[in-house]
Design a protein around this ligand. Structure first.
Ligand SMILES: *Cc1c(COP(=O)(O)O)cnc(C)c1O
Length: 330
């Protein structure tokens, strides 16, 4: 077997040149509210304002632009908990490439509908992201489609890493980074770039306590499967793949600490982001905020929290905001 070659910051710079004409450079804003809570500067990198509502557009686009014409002509396939599928569907439509998305039957209906509305063929199969993955492999065999993997892919990791290039261009003295952690594509890219820019930076991976697949895998010393559970952070569900090539080792190499947050902490963070920071943030995007507000991150700053996505179900989010106001007074 060929030895795995891991991405470097030069690969991420190449990704930035490739994708920056299309994806958005998202704002990095200080949250004075959170700075006051934490006692040092807190900045939010707002990937909820990225094309398609999450950072997934970066990695998916970098992958698609690296494919040969023949690979593109055969059509794309992705498996996803929702946001990677949405990004791939959106990019396929803008580049006139047909897209198939495999999802587990657990993925919320509003996410399926958004992908169908973009013209993707959506296949719902099984009870976990791993089962959706197996379905995707079957379709690749039958139909010759080209895989755009959600996290464990060289080009995808490089696309996600462009977030850290933007952070350092604006805030070279960033000293703690809090990054949502699931399959680890986002964390691997961001933390690798951050450590190459400043080896002393502290990198934290944040997952929901009910099913933190990467954290359990790191604790076990190898990729492990854990049962999926219901969570407000539904985009963080799914395993890391027992045949993981990149993200397990990259996360292990670049992670200084991990934090687990409860559902109640995520709910409060989503409500706070809406009511005070005026940001629509989905559960998975809010785990870094949840960790900070629960006192689970230590300084000194400046701290940058990656707000990874904003594709919240609006009725849920508004209910959480209403509940917050009822408990805290509005
Ligand atoms: C996919 C996703 C994540 C986790 O990214 P990984 O690369 O799988 O770790 C975090 N937040 C949101 C909103 C996502 O869609």
């Amino acid at each position: 077997m060929k030895a795995t070659v891991f991405p470097t910051i030069d690969d991420v710079l190449a990704a930035q040149r490739r994708i920056s004409p299309v994806v958005r450079r998202t704002p990095l804003i200080e949250s004075e509210r959170l700075s006051a809570v934490w006692g040092d500067k807190v900045y939010l990198k707002l990937e909820n304002l990225q094309l398609t509502g999450t950072f997934k557009a970066r990695g998916a686009l970098n992958k698609i632009l690296s494919l040969s014409d023949d690979e593109k002509r055969r059509g794309l396939i992705a498996f996803s908990t929702g946001n990677h599928g949405l990004a791939t569907a959106y990019l396929g439509r803008s580049l006139s490439i047909p897209v198939v998305i495999c999802l587990s039957e657990r993925v919320p209906a509003f996410r399926l509908e958004a992908m169908r509305a973009l013209g993707a063929e959506v296949v719902a199969h099984g009870q976990s992201q791993d089962e959706a993955y197996l379905k995707a492999l079957e379709l690749i065999k039958d139909r010759g489609l080209t895989m755009v993997a959600p996290f464990d892919d060289f080009e995808v990791i490089c696309g996600q890493g462009t977030i850290a290039l933007e952070i350092f261009e604006e805030l070279p003295k960033a000293s703690v980074l809090a990054v949502p952690l699931s399959g680890g594509g986002l964390f691997s890219g961001v933390a690798m770039v951050a450590k190459s820019k400043n080896p002393a930076i502290k990198t934290l991976g944040v997952s929901m306590a009910v099913a933190p697949a990467m954290i359990r895998s790191l604790q076990a010393g190898k990729p492990v499967e854990i049962p999926e559970a219901d969570s407000l952070a539904d985009a963080l569900l799914g395993g890391i793949g027992l045949d993981n090539r990149y993200t397990f080792r990259m996360t292990k190499a670049h992670l200084d600490g991990f934090v687990e947050v409860t559902e109640a902490e995520i709910a409060r963070a989503m409500a706070g982001a809406l009511l005070f920071d005026k940001q629509v943030v989905e559960g998975s995007g809010a785990v870094g905020l949840a960790a900070l507000e629960a006192g689970k991150i230590t300084g000194p700053g400046p701290l940058v929290i990656v707000i990874s996505g904003g594709n919240a179900r609006m009725d849920n989010l508004l209910n959480l905001a209403r509940e917050y106001n009822q408990t805290h007074g509005s």
